[in-house]
Design a protein around this ligand. Structure first.
Ligand SMILES: NC(=O)c1ccc[n+]([C@@H]2O[C@H](COP(=O)([O-])OP(=O)(O)OC[C@H]3O[C@@H](n4cnc5c(N)ncnc54)[C@H](O)[C@@H]3O)[C@@H](O)[C@H]2O)c1
Length: 277
């Protein structure tokens, strides 16, 4: 669009898929990419919230645009449909942001069935694998990039979250392995690891804890910066990886407010051995 350069759009005309883009971190990515000129296809299960966000973002005077495609990322055919619709509509693909995922409420290994772990692996990990698999033939043509939403807890662990932490650790390994394979095609593969970012998922978990206020306060105080991150900050970090970090592949960027730093009285966690009391 005329005048784009003068407005310093950082991802002008670049076609981007964001999974789980209807709310939370994915919504932040959709908004920031559109504000920077991208043509964003986003998917989620909830048709109403997806359509609502599409209308709202497109009615604001941005240079880019967004388009919602309903998709349950547990379903391979629906994943293929998102990729096909994107290429049909825009003719190319420059960036895939794998973001859709879920964190179960606190649970101990004693209470987790193999079946529920397999379901979480399917949702959090296989979904990223399938999106990458079907996006790559198009990304190789544009020398595009993939950004996988991982988590700080993949590096430092988290109380009563063995299955979730494991899925995110696998995403880190997947990111590095795919970066190795795809470098020959000029495709970069990186990840972002949020600590605490305030989203509907975070709110859902705080309600499930039974002590919402205390959990939110604890969540804020876990960061050196004394607050949670925002979905806009998550979008900005993804935009940096997509638009400017052109010599980075296989990297993981922490979006954590310094939560991983400083010794603390972690053995106090022993006092919380029974999460159901
Ligand atoms: N919020 C945090 O503090 C935090 C921290 C670390 C990692 N993460 C990761 O960031 C990602 C987004 O988390 P969030 O907090 O924004 O979550 P959220 O629940 O607020 O939003 C998740 C998005 O994924 C979509 N989604 C979920 N299941 C889906 C399915 N089966 N099919 C299609 N779409 C589906 C939802 O519709 C929604 O758009 C997740 O991968 C999560 O693990 C979040």
């Amino acid at each position: 669009m005329a005048g784009s350069l003068s407005r310093n759009l950082r991802y002008d005309g670049k076609v981007t898929i964001v999974t789980g883009g209807s709310k939370g971190i994915g919504e932040g990515v959709v908004r920031v990419f559109v504000q920077n000129g991208a043509k964003v296809v986003f998917c989620a299960r909830g048709v109403e919230s997806g359509k609502q966000l599409e209308t709202e973002v497109n009615s604001e005077s941005h240079e880019g645009e967004c388009y919602f495609v309903p998709c349950d990322v547990n379903e391979e055919d629906e994943i293929k449909n998102v990729i096909n619709k994107t290429v049909e509509r825009y003719g190319q693909l420059d960036c895939l942001v794998n973001n859709a995922g879920w964190h179960p409420p606190e649970e101990r290994i004693d209470d987790v069935s193999a079946e529920s772990f397999k379901k979480l692996l399917n949702l959090n990990l296989i979904n990223y694998f399938l999106f990458a698999k079907y996006a790559l033939p198009h990304l190789r043509k544009t020398k595009g990039n993939i950004i996988n939403m991982s988590s700080l807890v993949a590096k430092i662990g988290q109380l009563h979250a063995v299955t979730y932490v494991t899925t995110k650790g696998a995403i880190d390994a997947f990111t590095r392995a795919l970066a190795v394979d795809e470098a020959q095609h000029g495709v970069r593969v990186n990840s972002v690891s949020p600590g605490n970012v305030w989203t509907p998922l975070w709110d859902e978990l705080s309600i499930a804890s039974g002590n919402r206020e205390a959990m939110i306060k604890g969540g804020e105080e876990s960061q050196l910066l004394g607050r949670m991150g925002t979905i806009e900050e998550a979008g900005q970090m993804c935009l940096f990886l997509a638009a400017e970090a052109t010599f980075c592949t296989g990297n993981d960027l922490l979006l954590s407010g310094g939560a991983e730093l400083n010794y603390a009285c972690k053995s106090q966690l022993k006092q919380r051995t029974n999460i159901y009391e």
